[in-house]
Design a protein around this ligand. Structure first.
Ligand SMILES: *Cc1c(COP(=O)(O)O)cnc(C)c1O
Length: 454
């Protein structure tokens, strides 16, 4: 399999040409999903005893299968949380694959982990956490949240030895991301959602909830999860007052900034995150607002040792390299995964190439696009702003439309290959939601999308 034959060369050229064309194309075709049976009917079975050939398999991917996907970096993809990886980061994702670096241990990954840690140092500096805080790249926000919460529970059990069989309880709000509830299930922990009317959790809300807990639940409380930019509305909880409550109660504070974390680099909104420097752990997704390709999340700890206590696997076979160069930061010690891709490398290369100012400006552009959209919406008689833009999210309504009308509109724009914008709900009402990430989205794009609402 390792001899280079002409087929391989040809296939490589095809693949490289595709990759270059794709990253140069700023408006890739907005594909749409097809039923599995339909795809199978078109391409046939692709895994066979003798193989269908690289050129053939690649052709099926390029001509059929990729067209049944929706490119998330399209400038008029404003649904969910889009992504807009830089070309530099994508190119370096290829280099990461080609280099076959095992990213669990310094012993094998030193040079690559050095790069990841350079990028991490910048991320940590944005948070304002104290000097010894540090973090590690994960597969995404879900894995980062799980890693942080497992560390929190370990710490709680360590400090409360009677609790090693007690089911732990965490508090968060209805604005929190679904992954919090889902990861609590993985941990077999309980979640209490603090219902807020507008998705904003304050220290006072938190204090009231804690005070109303029955004694036995209060004893089970091991963590509070606040959100630094709710996924739905871009709202940042009252981190300063929440941190004070957690400090008084001696409860681990995790701040989930999977979506909003990039905005820590933006001076125009940085004050909204005040208090984040008191967190015990923080999640940031570079594959959301830091222009990394999928997948790349990050978990940062105020006290890295507590993460190590929870996650280190310490295999005996790891003690073999005795020289000093082999001793260093082991990413496997601080999150749930062992063997791992160096998924912070693409971010590192792109940051190193462009500099952090470019990142700051590109993030500010997302915030500015949301303000521009807000203004256009408020000047349009048929539209109604639901709340002012928060970070890069804008929620608004088309007067007189029902949930069904919104769905139909989303479907039509997508079917025409024009845009992907999806409805959401806020305060139990159907709304349209814009989420800007891509700095290449233009005012004209926004105007044209708004025109389709008339
Ligand atoms: C997207 C998101 C997550 C989940 O992150 P993944 O990378 O999709 O696993 C968690 N929390 C928040 C606030 C998010 O926006």
């Amino acid at each position: 399999m390792h001899t280079i034959d002409m087929d391989l060369v040809e296939m490589t050229l095809d693949v490289m040409k595709y990759a270059i064309d794709r990253i140069s194309n700023v408006t890739p075709e907005l594909g749409s999903p097809k039923k599995e049976e339909e795809l199978l009917r078109i391409v046939g079975e692709t895994i066979t005893p003798t193989g269908i050939g690289g050129e053939n398999a690649f052709k099926l991917f390029r001509d059929v299968l990729v067209k049944a996907t929706v490119p998330i970096d399209h400038p008029r993809h404003l649904a969910f949380v889009p992504a807009a990886p830089t070309r530099a980061a994508i190119m370096f994702d290829l280099v990461t694959s080609a280099s076959s670096i095992h990213g669990a241990y310094w012993m094998e990954g030193a040079g690559g982990i050095f790069c990841e840690n350079q990028a991490m140092k910048w991320l940590v500096s944005l948070t304002g956490l104290p000097k010894n805080a540090f973090g590690v790249f994960t597969s995404g926000g879900t894995a980062a949240n799980l890693s942080a919460l497992v560390a929190a529970r370990e710490d709680w059990r360590e400090k409360n030895p009677g609790n090693d069989r007690t089911r732990a309880l965490l508090l968060t709000s209805n604005g929190a991301h679904s992954s919090i509830k889902s990861m609590a299930k993985v941990m077999d922990a309980d979640v209490r959602l603090i219902e807020t009317e507008d998705e904003y959790l304050s220290g006072e809300d938190l204090k009231n909830e804690i005070d109303s807990l029955p004694e036995e639940d209060h004893k089970r409380l091991f963590a509070v999860v606040a959100t630094g930019g709710t996924t739905n509305a871009g709202i940042i909880d009252g981190l300063k007052t929440i941190a004070e409550v957690c400090e008084n109660e001696k409860i681990w504070l995790h701040v989930d900034c999977a979506y909003g974390g990039g905005a820590l680099a933006a001076q125009s909104v940085r004050h909204l995150f005040e208090g984040i420097e008191k967190a015990d752990s923080i999640t940031i997704d570079p594959h959301k607002w830091l222009f990394s390709p999928y997948d790349c999340g990050a978990v940062i700890y105020k006290n890295l040792e507590l993460a190590e206590k929870a996650h280190s696997q310490k295999g005996a076979y790891l003690e073999i390299f005795k020289d000093e160069g082999a001793q260093g930061f082991n990413p496997a010690d601080y999150q749930i995964q062992l063997t791992r891709r160096l998924r912070g490398l693409p971010l590192w290369f792109s940051l190193a190439m462009h500099g952090t100012n470019k990142y700051r400006d590109a993030i500010e552009r997302g915030i500015q696009l949301a303000k521009i959209a807000e203004k256009m919406i408020s000047e349009d008689d048929e539209l109604e702003l639901v709340r002012p833009a928060s970070l890069s999210v804008v929620l608004f309504k088309r007067k007189g439309w029902t949930a069904e009308d919104y769905k139909e509109w989303t479907y039509r724009n997508h079917r025409d290959g024009f845009a992907l914008v999806t409805p959401s709900t806020y305060k139990n009402e159907s709304v349209i939601r814009f989420c800007f990430i891509n700095p290449d989205t233009t005012e004209e794009d926004i105007r044209k999308i708004l025109e389709t609402l008339h």
